[in-house]
Design a protein around this ligand. Sequence first.
Ligand code: PYC
Length: 324
Amino acid sequence: MRVVDSHTAGEPTRTIIDGGPDLDSGPGTGTLAERAARFAADHAWVRRALLTEPRGFDAMVGALLCPPDDPSCATGVVFFNTAGNLGMCGHGTIGVAATLAFLGRIAPGTHRFETPVGVVTVDLKTANTAAVENVESYRLHAGVTVEAEGLGAVTGDVAWGGNWFFLCKEPPVTLETAHIPALTDAALKVQTALARAGITGADGAEIDHIEFFGPPVSPAADSRNFTLCPGGAYDRSPCGTGTSAKLACLAADGALAPGAAWVQESIIGSTYRAHYRAGTGGGIVPTVEGQAFVVGETVLHFAPDDPYRIGIGSPFLVGDADGG
Ligand code: PYC
């Protein structure tokens, strides 16, 4: 399998260029959302083999390029991490844009990418800088309080930014890299508390991203965040879909006007610049701009007799129907 690796504001994306599973022909071919569901159900070994050790690590996000349903789109893309598919992925979209530019497949200008949760528009400004107009984002619930083990009452908003987020204005400890283990532990406890309390996104969707916000370190930023992603890794970037969810909450609170700039800083100090316009469904349409750089081109090998060919800790056994 041939992959190109990039990072966006520190967060890695591994884009499959050749040799990925073919979701686009044969029985069951359907919409991109249907094909993404089939990728999760029938090709879980690909996710494990690409993203877990020894080839990857837990923060990696994969991108499988697919033919789009909508012919106006430059590509379809299914994002996934070690735990499963992501609906949208902001850093991943910027990473895929930089990767396609690196490969000479797109040039600076405007391109539409189709994701399982909707079409996003990518304004590729340079080979490494892209502004992504995301899917319509909205706050579902404001000021939800849960009792989290060891933390007590934790209050946050439930919002959609292409994935489901619980956004807490008060971090359990200060947002600095030395506190990443404590922030990870706290976010997992909040996620458990949400599940125990039956608090979900729309239609019972699991809230699988937890964000803590606090004051920025850089005077040029408006806020710093820590985002825990499904699978338990933290986002090195300010999280594109999480920044979208944050803008939806700010807009709902009347705390940020349409078109006004918001600079979101990540736990490692990287930044996205964002703004929004009003959506047509009662939410907002956020635009998130950041930088991505290609860091490698790799051909991955899967030797039949390698006991770890589908990743260390994989639930699949070599030789299983789903084991590659
Ligand atoms: O940038 O949207 C994002 C994202 C989601 C998970 C990791 N990054």
